[in-house]
Design a protein around this ligand. Structure first.
Ligand code: CMP
Length: 150
């Protein structure tokens, strides 16, 4: 089972969209393996977004992601990374397909509501930044066999 790290960002928390966003991932069939409300501090923000260091949007991004609590989750399923990314839509909400989280609730790339790992290596880097192994639960849902083929 593939794992991905999802962050429900400060704008989504402040706008009361936590439940709506979790519902969309759940409804898709992704299984929640870990979940918590937390405040990202500057050190963690800089580590998580290190790949963007030096880009013009880096400092505003650090201010944004540390500006309010966030909800972080580990989601799992076959092709969980791609499934989550397509559920979120393109990084820039203006370019996101209708029906995706970012298109349905967003207007600006710097307020794009949600983050998801962009590939397997990124997921392997990001998940341990936010969760210890003990916090990530392995379990089966009763209906997993009706969602996952194997
Ligand atoms: P995220 O998927 O969390 O990855 C990097 C974040 O930087 C992105 O979503 C946006 O919130 C933010 N960002 C702001 N401006 C840009 C930009 N021009 N290109 C990419 N990401 C941007």
């Amino acid at each position: 089972m593939e794992r991905t790290l999802i962050i429900i960002k400060p704008d989504a928390v402040q706008r009361g969209l936590i439940g709506e966003i979790i519902t969309r991932f759940e409804r898709r069939g992704l299984r929640i393996a870990a979940l918590k409300l937390m405040q990202i501090d500057e050190t963690l923000a800089r580590r998580h977004y290190a790949v963007h260091e030096g880009k013009p949007f880096y400092e505003p991004l650090i201010r944004y992601i540390t500006s309010s609590p966030v909800v972080v989750m580990v989601l799992e399923g076959p092709n969980a990374i791609e499934a989550a990314r397509r559920t979120m839509g393109a990084t820039n909400p203006v370019e996101a397909a209708p029906g995706t989280i970012r298109a349905d609730f967003g207007m600006e790339i710097g307020r794009n509501l949600v983050h998801g790992s962009d590939g397997p290596e990124t997921a392997q880097f990001e998940v341990p930044l936010f969760f210890s192994e003990e916090e990530i639960l392995s379990y089966q849902r009763e209906n997993d066999r009706w969602i996952f083929e194997e």
